[in-house]
Write a protein that binds this ligand. Structure first.
Ligand code: HEM
Length: 138
């Protein structure tokens, strides 16, 4: 369960990463394609728009965490659109690992065990919501 403390930790750590969004997005995709090279084929050649999209969506999700019910419909719709991008359930694991690694790089000493745990839970909720909505389409 995502607790109020988790939400606070995710939001305060995100506030530290947001000013370096471009670097964080570079770190994220660099790591993702390193740990799961075949995923590169799902993305367009020009990643600039994709990087911006990802960071903006994460920002909306992070800001919306205080009231999860509010963002669930948008997260479900996002999950269903990902079926069209050929994204499979197992890909969410690589994306989660790359996300946590990028956060650890961006946050340095501020990436505490509690912060890691909070992000793991939040990513778990977001990705499960996306995957469940995707499964409803099949
Ligand atoms: C919490 C998890 C995720 C978030 C917040 C997220 C966010 C986004 C956003 C905002 C877009 C832009 C298009 C749209 O809004 O429909 C997008 C597109 C895309 N995402 Fe994700 N995504 C997530 C997970 C994944 C995973 C696990 C994969 C697997 C590799 C993936 C691969 C893609 C691809 C291939 C596109 C389309 C790129 C294109 O053709 O322009 N995403 N994602």
């Amino acid at each position: 369960m995502v607790t109020a403390e988790d939400v606070t930790l995710v939001q305060s750590s995100w506030a530290k990463v947001a000013p370096m969004a471009d670097t964080a997005a570079d770190l994220f995709y660099g790591r993702l394609f390193e740990i799961d090279p075949p995923l590169k084929e799902l993305f367009p050649e020009d990643m600039a728009a994709q990087k911006k999209n990802l960071m903006q969506t994460l920002a909306v999700c992070v800001n919306g965490l205080s009231d999860l019910g509010e963002i669930v419909p948008a997260v479900k719709a996002l999950g269903q659109r990902h079926v069209g991008y050929k994204v499979k359930d197992e890909h969410y694991e690589s994306v989660g690992a790359a996300l946590l690694w990028s956060l650890s790089q961006g946050l340095g000493d501020d990436y505490t065990a509690e912060t890691a745990e909070a992000w793991t839970k939040v990513y778990g909720v977001l990705s499960s919501t996306m995957k469940e909505a995707a499964a409803e389409l099949v």
